[in-house]
Ligand binder design. Structure first.
Ligand code: DHB
Ligand code: FE
Length: 279
């Protein structure tokens, strides 16, 4: 049977792709941020998951303001990279597993999560940068990956509670897949940031640290907040952090904290890395 071995969360700042492409990762501005991935990389090296479910948000590449699914699952065998900024060369395409995707889609719909199935999907910095920070850059990626897109762009955005419930449904879906696969769940985006308006530049270190702590030990904590309250505390784009709850819901309640790192600011954002392991 497929087994979820753990979860990794990471911010997805687009400037990270530029730092990697231009060999800036050891520069003083970037070093501490990239060093924060060290133990997460080691954990992935040691456990070698076969496939990652990457919970991320599309930034206008597949879905724009005219059409915006709340939850969309990649059901393809290949996901090409394309991006919306920095003029960077796309990285190699990611190999998926359409058979597993369709199993997850069937199970989620049966559990009353009416997701959009995508037989073609491009992936942007939201998907690519966490993988590059965790694995380096490859012509052939050492892990397969399935995109699970959550709308954090066009309101109404799903609640924290709904995201946690989606994670729990995802756990059931994966654990009922008959093939022996080691699966890691990646929760990406966040943490606090606001890119526009009067509060542009907002970062809330205290809220980020509490969020990281609670997502590990008491994820229901976040479900007490409305999206308006989360955005008031974490900034309008800080709402992306709800995607970490999909990862958390997919893991066991007593999953162990393996690694936690926080660095702010980087680009415009408070950036966190969290590794949780199922027993
Ligand atoms: C930044 C962060 C984001 O999550 C994003 O989508 C765009 C930019 C930033 O920190 O600059
Ligand atoms: Fe973003």
């Amino acid at each position: 049977m497929a087994k979820i071995i753990g979860g990794v969360t990471s911010s997805h700042i687009p400037a990270v792709g530029n730092a990697i492409a231009n060999n800036l990762t050891q520069e003083p501005y970037w070093k501490r941020f990239f060093d924060g991935y060290g133990p997460a990389k080691e954990w992935l090296q040691k456990h070698k998951p076969d496939i990652a479910i990457v919970v991320y948000n599309d930034h206008g590449l597949n879905f724009f303001l005219d059409k915006q699914p709340t939850f969309a699952l990649g059901c393809a065998d290949i996901y090409p990279n394309a991006d919306e900024g920095w003029g960077l060369k796309p990285v190699a395409s990611f190999q998926g597993d359409a058979q597993l995707s369709w199993h997850i889609a069937e199970s989620l719909v049966e559990q009353e999560f009416d997701i959009t199935m995508c037989q073609e999907m491009l992936v942007d910095h939201g998907f690519v940068n966490p993988i590059r920070a965790l694995y380096g850059t490859h012509d052939v990626w050492p892990i397969k990956a399935i995109p699970l897109a959550v709308n954090t762009v066009q309101h109404p955005v799903p609640t924290a509670k709904r995201c946690l419930a989606l994670g729990r449904a995802l756990r059931k879906a994966i654990e009922s897949y008959p093939e022996d696969l080691k699966v890691v769940i990646m929760g990406t985006g966040g943490m606090s940031h606001q890119l526009q308006g009067e509060r542009a530049g907002l970062i809330n270190v205290e809220f980020d640290l509490e969020t990281m702590d609670k997502i590990a030990t008491d994820p229901e904590w976040m479900t007490q907040f409305s999206n308006a309250e989360i955005m008031r505390m974490a900034g309008t784009e800080g709402i992306e952090t709800i995607m970490w709850l999909v990862m958390r819901g997919a893991l066991q309640d007593d999953a162990k904290v393996i690694h936690k790192h926080y660095h702010a600011p980087i680009s415009n954002t408070g950036a966190g890395v969290l590794v949780l392991e199922n027993n």
